[in-house]
Design a protein around this ligand. Structure first.
Ligand SMILES: Nc1nc2c(c(=O)[nH]1)N[C@H]1C(S)=C(S)[C@@H](COP(=O)(O)OP(=O)(O)OC[C@H]3O[C@@H](n4cnc5c(=O)[nH]c(N)nc54)[C@H](O)[C@@H]3O)O[C@H]1N2
Ligand SMILES: Nc1nc2c(c(=O)[nH]1)N[C@H]1C(S)=C(S)[C@@H](COP(=O)(O)OP(=O)(O)OC[C@H]3O[C@@H](n4cnc5c(=O)[nH]c(N)nc54)[C@H](O)[C@@H]3O)O[C@H]1N2
Ligand SMILES: [Mo]
Length: 838
């Protein structure tokens, strides 16, 4: 079976296509597509092609008779947009979405949001002083000046050309991490990098915010990033798993959105487990929605202590002889070293269930029973990623694999572990057809600098010349003079926002492409107004792992105000930099889409799946759903390794699962050793900081948003409390502080303070507070560092250090905090307001 795309890394491919003419006018009027049904009807069932297509894709002809709107798609699903008088007014989910996501109903509000950036804008200080005298301390509170497109493009291209010449590509950070919108052509980040590669290169990043720690440690332990791999297929899990452990995993929420267009098959898997009555245990400091949905048993540890829990479980497995020595011998290396650690041979500390209970706050008996239940049953451990977005976050997934290896069920039907059941429908069986390749970033020039770990950006800006460890290598931070963001929201994604404010005062020039006045846009010098995906034509796959659908994304409404697509913006900059032909390859939007489609069609033909010609596909206002081969429905991760470890070795140095990694041991890091190890985190309930800040923070991904996306829509009414981001507080913690449901609360520590609205609930463990990531940063007084964020951006409270010398992942899911009832003056939330002059 084909290996899956790494869903965070664009499928990079180059293709030479003969541009074919499709009428541009027809292309732009997506609504006209509805009229073309007779064309299809005329073709069917006469020609051989039509017969081949209807055989391979029965859905393409059978579905979508009663079309009402314009078919498009988003991270939250595919839908038809209803447009009246040039305005998007409503949406309708496609009929075969098994779990339509309410977030699609926000599309009209995305297009017509009040805080759209309307025109190219330049910050006054920068416009008057230029990059050398721009008064960078005014970023985030300066006035804005409207300029023409030509002027804005010239200002930016002049800086790119000058910096390339005077300081080289390392002076321009154009990594631009972020979730942008779906679409294989209008991929803002790739387009930015394409333009930069053609005009001299740029400083990029390594890793991501999602799985920074896990993806690096897993490469050493199982030989691949693992977190973005296809999982044992759902039908196989439903049939064979007797016990499912959700370890820091909230799939019914996180499956709502995907990197590509979601197929929402994952939710049907959990629903099937629930119907069958499969036993499920959720291990999470929060009684999350998934645990409630599947009626799971809830075990609530102290946050950030999962590694200790797992070590305690390992001790029970070993001492009660519940482990599988044959599996460990054949398929793993280094268990003896881990065993010595468990038994305390070096440090004199026996790490049994009692020891783990003392660290994690979970009863030793519960841990012992958990070990026994896991050993007795066919057990699938589904690990989420919040547990690795932590200091020493590498250890959690390493320990999950170690416990799974001790159980010896890896590679068996319904057994082992899976780190992507909660993400983009891992386990949704892979279809057979073609895969769309997006536009590529092209080749990097020879003098391209070494990328920095993505979450070290603020430290990099503050410390040019500093060298850090990173996965056995060293990275030296260059002197960054320009930051270019397209498709990400740095002021949401990054930890320790108040430190970021300072770091963002370092570069000479900051450029942002954005549809909205986010905090990142507000902290820039030059802002290009960008279209939403509903204002342009594109194509996208549906189902990241399943590759089940190909969706057309028809333009629904014209570009709003003076906004332009990222493609047009970078084509414009390329023109000024003299590389326009190489950037566009002489193709317009239509020609790009047709060439991508044709390339995929060729692949599909090789897989014996006939596709309609591009024009017909586009005009049908329909999507393609590829067939799913029966054998893929029973696919088992690691089955081939289990069957023949010599023929199918893992990509690790030993070819086996590495419970001990010689490669890591030799790196000699204090904060990531050769075996999985419990190390107290930077901040936690037993650390010295807990005296002042006793509450442990949980920053889970929001139920009704994608990160910061959609915070500026009416969906907010569903989750905002007193018009701020919600904070979940245990009744006892609330009572001792005199806080009631609905109260305004100030949450604070030494790094920052935020205003949030209280939800008093027993759904959180005592001593834990939850504030979801993604509320837009809105400082009460932008001139005073660390002033109260009026909207509740949780990253004002988190700290900005790497997970360890190994992965340098972010630690967004932890911090010690105190809260109090807010007694200060009434404060208007201005997070979604437009700045002065705009
Ligand atoms: N404390 C804490 N912090 C976290 C996390 C956590 O768990 N806790 N999670 C982390 C994780 S896993 C992630 S992935 C990051 C996510 O961080 P981001 O990916 O930065 O978050 P988004 O809110 O999706 O930001 C995307 C931005 O792109 C813009 N955009 C959308 N479409 C387009 C387009 O077509 N063109 C352009 N130019 N812009 C567009 C949107 O308006 C939005 O501002 O956050 C990380 N931060
Ligand atoms: N609705 C929605 N879906 C999304 C996203 C979104 O923003 N909104 N973002 C997408 C992205 S980019 C990503 S990376 C994934 C994120 O997927 P995850 O990283 O798995 O999601 P989180 O919500 O951060 O964490 C999952 C669970 O871990 C728990 N948890 C946190 N800390 C601990 C701990 O110390 N111990 C234990 N045992 N549990 C803990 C949280 O309470 C939460 O219920 O989701 C994707 N899906
Ligand atoms: Mo993520």
């Amino acid at each position: 079976m084909k290996k899956n795309l790494n869903s965070h890394v664009e499928n990079v491919s180059d293709f030479e296509q003969k541009p074919l003419q499709v009428s541009r006018r027809r292309f732009l009027t997506g609504a006209g597509a509805v009229l073309s049904v007779p064309l299809l009807a005329g073709l069917w069932p006469k020609s051989a092609l039509a017969q081949a297509i209807s055989q391979a894709l029965p859905q393409f002809t059978a579905l979508r008779q009663a079309q009402t709107g314009i078919l498009t798609a988003a991270h939250w699903g595919a839908f038809e947009a209803i447009v009246k008088d040039g305005k998007m007014v409503d949406v309708k989910a496609i009929s075969d979405d098994p779990y339509p996501n309410e977030l699609i109903t926000m599309a009209p509000y995305q297009v017509h949001a009040e805080n759209r950036i309307k025109y190219p804008m330049v910050r006054k200080g920068w416009l008057e002083g230029g990059p050398a005298n721009s008064q960078p301390e005014l970023r985030g509170r300066d006035e804005w000046v409207r300029v023409s497109w030509d002027k804005a493009l010239t200002l930016v291209s002049d800086q790119i050309a000058r910096l390339q010449k005077e300081h080289g590509p390392q002076s321009i950070y154009a990594g631009s991490y972020g979730w942008k919108s779906v679409g294989m052509l209008h991929n803002s980040r790739t387009l930015l990098q394409r333009m930069m590669n053609l005009s001299g290169g740029f400083l990029g990043y390594a890793g991501d915010y999602s799985t920074g720690a896990a993806q690096v440690i897993m490469s050493h332990v199982v030989g691949s990033m693992e977190v973005y791999e296809q999982q044992t297929a759902w039908p196989n899990v439903i049939e064979n798993s007797q016990l499912v452990i959700l370890w820091g995993c909230n799939p019914m929420i996180t499956l709502k959105n995907s990197w590509n267009v979601p197929d929402h098959v994952g939710q049907t898997g959990f629903e099937a487990l629930k119907k069958k009555g499969t036993r499920i245990i959720s291990i999470d400091p929060v009684h999350n929605d998934s645990a409630k949905f599947v009626n799971a048993q809830w075990i609530a540890p102290r946050p950030y202590t999962d590694t200790a829990m797992l070590i305690g479980i390992a001790h029970t497995l070993l001492t009660e002889k519940l482990h599988n020595p044959d599996f460990l011998k054949t398929y793993t290396v280094g268990f003896d070293k881990f065993e010595a650690y468990l038994m305390g041979q070096d440090d004199g500390i026996v790490k049994d269930a009692n020891w783990a209970a003392e660290v994690s706050g979970v009863d030793a008996d519960v841990l012992r029973q958990l070990a026994r239940d896991m050993a007795k049953n066919r057990t699938m451990i589904m690990g989420g990623w919040g547990i690795q977005r932590q200091h020493h976050g590498e250890q959690q997934h390493w320990m999950l694999v170690t416990v799974a290896a001790m159980l010896g069920q890896i590679g068996l039907p319904g057994g082992g572990f899976g780190f992507s059941y909660h993400y983009s429908s891992g386990g949704s069986p892979t279809a057979k057809g073609g895969i769309l390749a997006g536009i590529s970033a092209g080749n990097s020039p020879k003098n391209t600098p070494t990328p920095i770990p993505v979450a070290r950006i603020a430290e990099c800006l503050m410390n040019p010349g500093k060298t850090i460890n990173f996965n056995g290598a060293q990275v030296t931070y260059p002197d960054v003079k320009m930051v270019y963001v397209a498709g990400g929201n740095t002021f949401h994604q990054h930890q320790d926002t108040n430190a970021l404010v300072k770091a963002f005062q370092k570069p000479e020039t900051i450029v942002v492409n954005e549809p909205y006045w986010t905090a990142t846009a507000k902290h820039a010098d030059i802002v290009f107004p960008t279209t939403t995906s509903y204002e342009r034509n594109d194509l996208e796959m549906g189902g990241d792992y399943s590759q089940l659908y190909v969706f057309p994304m028809h333009q629904c409404v014209p570009p709003q105000f003076e906004s332009r697509s990222d493609f047009d913006i970078f084509a414009g900059l390329s023109e000024k930099l003299g590389v326009q032909d190489a950037f566009t390859e002489g193709k317009d939007e239509t020609q790009w889409l047709k060439s991508m489609y044709d390339d995929m069609k060729t692949q599909a033909r090789a897989a014996r799946v006939a596709l309609p010609p591009f024009d017909m596909f586009w005009e049908s206002n329909n999507y393609v759903r590829f067939p799913v081969p029966e054998e893929n429905k029973q696919w088992v991760r690691f089955a081939d390794y289990r069957e023949n470890p010599l023929l199918n070795p893992l990509g690790t140095p030993s070819g086996k699962i590495e419970i001990y990694s010689d490669a890591i041991e030799k790196m000699g890091y204090e904060d990531c050793k050769g075996i999985p190890t419990w190390m107290p985190p930077h901040e936690w309930y037993k650390g010295p900081e807990a005296a002042k800040y006793p509450l442990s923070l949980n920053t889970a991904h929001p139920i009704n948003r994608l990160h910061s996306q959609l915070d500026n829509t009416p969906l907010r009414k569903k989750y905002a409390v007193a018009d701020r981001e919600a904070i979940l507080i245990h009744p006892i913690d609330a009572k001792t502080r005199g806080i009631s449901n609905g109260d305004l609360v100030r949450a604070f520590n030494d790094r920052g303070q935020i205003l949030v609205g209280a939800v008093v609930t027993e759904d959180v463990r005592q001593g834990v507070i939850r504030i979801s990531e993604g509320a837009w940063f809105d400082p009460a007084d932008p001139a005073t560092p660390g002033s109260l964020c009026k909207n509740g951006n949780v990253n004002c409270l988190t700290f900005d250090i790497g997970s360890s010398s190994l992965a340098q992942g972010n630690c967004g899911q932890m911090a010690q905090v105190e809260i109090e009832k807010y007694q200060g003056p009434a404060l208007t939330n201005t997070a979604h307001a437009v700045p002065a002059g705009a």
